[in-house]
Design a protein around this ligand. Structure first.
Ligand SMILES: Nc1ncnc2c1ncn2[C@@H]1O[C@H](COP(=O)(O)OP(=O)(O)OP(=O)(O)O)[C@@H](O)[C@H]1O
Length: 341
């Protein structure tokens, strides 16, 4: 696993995950319906293999040498990155919607966009739209006919909490209700690989939690989910693995815990009159930022920083020390070199 210039662990799932996969391959779902079970994909088949992907738009390199592998039954991978980092371009290439300029991309060992691959993939894109004059139930019934082993329509309507508006015309649904239907269509086929591009944008917190629950359930049956999101708490709550894109390149690729912990140290927050330049010169300080009246100091050794900080400012107040969050790690990774937080 990559994290900046560092290499982490191994390329396979962590042991706990491997156990979950093993169980799901050998057992039917607890409700005994059999509807969520399906033939397991060969464990050796990678869902996605990308080597040296380049996609240019004129002089712009939207993808600039992307290498990554997503295993089959690979759990939930969040692809994060600032605006314009290349996340949507990567997803579009994997779906066969956008051709590559250079590189090798294999989906279940085949080219992106083939019919065989489409039957193994579900996708919810940012700009999806659907025929206005069909109901949610009709859309789901129609989509389920494309897949060899779809979920039952009623079960899916319940799971995604669509039942109360299942018979309304799509055009009469609210924005959040439309997103739920789009999500249901991405998962109705119980596909082995699911792309969710900003799936919870515009959803209220209840609807977001329904989606999270459904996503987790799908991975328990052996799906690999690729989630792109700007909500870092969503990635933190859901993803087993985080891949960070920046300027068309993968700058970090590691299990979520490792990404969070790799920042190391702690975030010291306080109210102080000391200048950012003076704080940056203190021991173990990695970066300094301002949020309102608070100063946030990222330190690789909080006690060492605190000793000097407290001695330098006896009037310092509102002191808290906390572990870095995924957001701290993300900001640290994607900050332009040489720029303080
Ligand atoms: N069809 C296109 N024509 C020209 N440039 C494009 C096109 N699609 C993407 N780009 C450019 O490629 C770069 C990567 O865009 P992309 O949409 O993949 O980023 P992203 O990480 O998904 O961003 P966001 O988080 O804003 O959705 C951007 O600079 C974008 O302007």
């Amino acid at each position: 696993m990559r994290f900046g210039n560092r290499v982490f662990g191994h390329e396979t799932r962590p042991p706990q995950r491997a156990l979950t996969i093993q169980l799901s391959l050998n057992n039917k779902p607890s409700d005994g319906s059999g509807r969520m079970s399906r033939e397991a994909p060969a464990m050796t088949d990678a869902a996605i293999e990308a080597q040296g992907l380049v996609r240019t738009y004129g002089a712009k390199r939207a993808l600039d040498g992307v290498d990554l592998t997503i295993p089959a039954a690979g759990g939930i991978t969040a692809i994060l990155g600032p605006n314009g980092a290349g996340k949507t371009t990567f997803v579009s290439c994997a779906l066969g919607l956008v051709p590559l300029s250079k590189g090798r991309l294999r989906i279940f060992g085949g080219k992106p966009g083939t019919l065989a691959n489409k039957r193994r993939i579900g996708a919810m894109l940012q700009d999806s739209d659907l025929p206005a004059l069909l109901t949610a139930r009709e859309h789901i019934t129609l989509f389920s006919s494309y897949y060899p082993n779809p979920m039952g329509t009623e079960e899916l309507l319940e799971l995604c909490e669509i039942t109360p508006f299942a018979d309304k015309l799509y055009k009469k649904l609210s924005g959040g209700q439309k997103r739920r239907v789009q999500f249901a269509l991405a998962v109705v086929g119980q596909p082995e690989l699911i792309f969710l591009d900003e799936p919870t944008t515009g959803l209220d917190i209840d609807a977001r939690r329904v989606l999270w629950k459904t996503i987790r359930r799908l991975t328990e049956t052996g799906s690999s989910v690729i989630l792109t999101t700007h909500y870092l708490e969503e990635a933190d709550a859901l993803a087993d693995r985080i891949i960070v894109f920046n300027e068309g390149q993968v700058i970090a690729d590691a299990p979520t815990d490792e990404i969070r912990n790799a920042v190391g140290g702690a975030v010291i927050q306080c109210v102080t009159g000391i200048s950012e330049a003076d704080i940056l010169a203190m021991p173990a300080v990695l970066s300094v930022g301002q949020s309102g009246r608070f100063t946030d100091i990222m330190s690789s050794d909080a006690p060492a920083t605190l000793r000097v900080l407290l001695a330098a400012d006896p009037s310092l107040t509102d002191l808290t020390v906390k572990k870095p969050t995924l957001e701290d790690a993300f900001l640290d990774l994607t900050r332009p070199k040489g720029e303080a937080a």
